[in-house]
Design a protein around this ligand. Sequence first.
Ligand code: SF4
Ligand code: SF4
Ligand SMILES: [Zn+2]
Length: 687
Amino acid sequence: MPSKNRARQRVLQLPVQKAPIKTDTKNSHIKPRGKTYPLSSSKRVIYEKDYIFWCHECNVPLIEHHCCKCDQEGARMDLSQPADVRFCSQYEHEILVQLIQAAYGCDPIGKRIVLLNKIPGEDKTDEVIVDGVHIGILRFDLSILDYSFDVSADGAKILLKYTDKKTVLIKKKRSHLSGKKISFDQIEKYSDDIKKGDDVLVISGNLTGSGTSYLDSADFVSAKDAVLKVKKIDSKKVALNHRISCIEDAINANMKYIRLLGKNAMNSISGIANQKAYKNLPVHVSFSGGKDSLVVLDLACSALKNRPIKAFFINTGIEFPETVSFARDYCLQKNIDFVEEDAGNAFWDHIDKFGPPAKDFRWCCKVCKLSPANSIIKECTKSGHICLTIDGKRKYESFSRGRIAPSEMNPFIPNQLNVFPIRDWRALEVWMYIHWRKLDYNPLYNTGFERVGCYLCPAALSAEYQRMGEIHPEIYEKWNQYLLKWAHEHGLSDKFVNHGLWRWKELPPKMLKLADNFKIVITPSQVQEPFRIQLTSGISPCRAGGFTVEGIVEGVLVNDARDTMNIIGDTVFSDDLGMLLVKTDYGSVKMFSSGSILATAQTKYDAIRLFKDVTKQLMRINKCTKCGVCQKTCPVGAIAINSNESGGIRLRISESCIRCGKCTEVCVVVKYFDKLIPSLAIENRKN
Ligand code: SF4
Ligand code: SF4
Ligand SMILES: [Zn+2]
């Protein structure tokens, strides 16, 4: 399969260079000042609470060892990490029951409480827990674009009490069977409904478990090789509980501990909000219309009864209609001051510049969230105060959020202090709190959405996109049509879109494998971009000493560049030569009206980083989205964003710039420099 990276390397021929340059602003000479966030780390977080308990007396899950209903101790159940276990939604419950009924002709689950525990997988993948037993895995299969259920050994033991479908009786053996391939002569009996690839229920003497069939049962008799593989089989006895409990029973069994969680979270909110610096200020809650922010909104209202609470809602313009209605109605009903900032059409206005967002290219967050959030915070901090914001982020949501601190300053929004009172809660605890407090919640959760962000979020799962198509066909159609058009323009097929491959700029191994299996081309063809940077003669020693990097830029005029290069160094412009000179402490850059750029410095490293810093700013000029985030961030008001003569955007950085680098750090265009000009990033990695 052609590699995307290899294809892009051919576009730009850069010389081999050993200088340790990086593209992020942290290694740029434009050093951002102030505290920065540990947004992510390559080390995977290990979650301590990767278990729950189960009270088999009351047949309910427990968040602590003790059951408040029967006063007995529950049995520990270990969960796969990150262990953000939750109640199964009505929709997921229906899917699960339908799959089991279709495969095995029975429904042992009925109205029992079902828990789902998210585990890593191709797409939506959850361990299924019923009556304290892992009965299997419910997953959305990207090859068939539908759900499937893989039964576990314990799930098979339960099913065998209800069915004789898809069953294989293996001759009793002395040796271990788990993980073994079974040939036809080892089989005593089998049902005639087995299809190739099915999960089968296996029995051998007093052992029971599950396996996978390699063939249709009609072909067993003529098989030369193995007909099935046993996944796991043992003599353990597993059965469903005679008692069927409901969510209310689960809440009662956990009451003391839900209250305690709520009390601790309220203490952490009031502890910070009542500090001298914030005592007389309104408290903001970042309210997205999702379950976690709903809980912190309720906690904040309970913890700070006599304080003004404002719920701010960033309407990205690409929200589900249910989310917008729910957020507005909830605050109206509860008499909470609701502040809505609307990004309007920002997403659609910018998509031609950036293309579809991706998990590793989330320009949409900056354009649709950060800019409106900045406006709210600016209003809140106009008298110089800190804007105290209660936020519902949780560690267990994903590995990337595993290291949330109790509170932190937002590095992208000046003067916003975020407090995370439920950062240690798991989804099960969030839902128990919601049910205990009888809070209304976003109806999307009942329809199969585990999270309720923007409807076209690249972080959403294919299962959720499919569901969106069922619930909101008109919205789905608009987005899908855009994706198909974009794919066709870039030489990609419908399958690239249908299998969700557009959601990554650089595909992870699991998606590369899927693309390989389905023979899907993943390398977009080169489209003539209005902005291009190319190195010409590369990096070379100067006669006068030092090194130069030469390149050519298309899409930015030297006249536009002269308005912004104060951010890099002192500028001199020669009308006669049509040349802009930018001087810094460690080198200089010349830019000519032809588009040629020459960066010179004493070391190779400095010459390269100077070239990159200049080209980042040039790209910023060309691709500026007019989001205004940089303007709001600049401590000295040095930035102006106007229209130029041809109706385009004119970015100007005045001489009052103190070169703090803050605007570069927050700019969406600069942040994704590597994604927008991937060939330069590849060369960086080589260096
Ligand atoms: S324009 Fe403002 S934010 Fe940007 S580097 Fe200059 S002073 Fe800093
Ligand atoms: S230059 Fe400023 S206004 Fe333009 S995209 Fe970057 S942050 Fe937004
Ligand atoms: Zn109990």
